[in-house]
Ligand binder design. Structure first.
Ligand code: ZN
Length: 107
């Protein structure tokens, strides 16, 4: 209950939807993210016609892309050859584009 009161105080909006994992009422943060106050994690709500499987798959894809971005960033940090820098930058751009395609999700 305390978490929920805190979230309301921070301007979050309580939704009529409950968390698919634990059943707690969900909150929409000012940033637009849907948040479960009990598990303290972001919850991705399914859009019309989407399956739980599909959402989980996208979430794991997003995680994979994030991991690759971190890896490429480290390599870019160390890179000195212009050809390598260009190749890494192009790959990072593609990953960011793909992430951007995954991200847009509003209830
Ligand atoms: Zn939950």
């Amino acid at each position: 209950m305390k978490e929920m009161a805190d979230m309301l105080r921070q301007g979050a909006k309580m939704l009529s939807t409950t968390c698919p994992e634990c059943g707690a009422p969900l909150f929409q943060l000012k940033t637009g993210e849907i948040f479960c106050p009990r598990e303290k994690r972001e919850v991705k709500l399914m859009n019309e016609g989407e399956t739980l499987e599909g959402v989980k798959q996208e979430a794991s894809l997003e995680k994979t892309l994030q991991n690759k971005l971190t890896l490429l960033q480290q390599r870019l940090d160390a890179a000195t050859e212009p050809a390598e820098i260009r190749e890494l930058t192009e790959t990072i751009t593609i990953l960011l584009d793909t992430l951007a395609k995954l991200k847009p999700r509003k209830p």
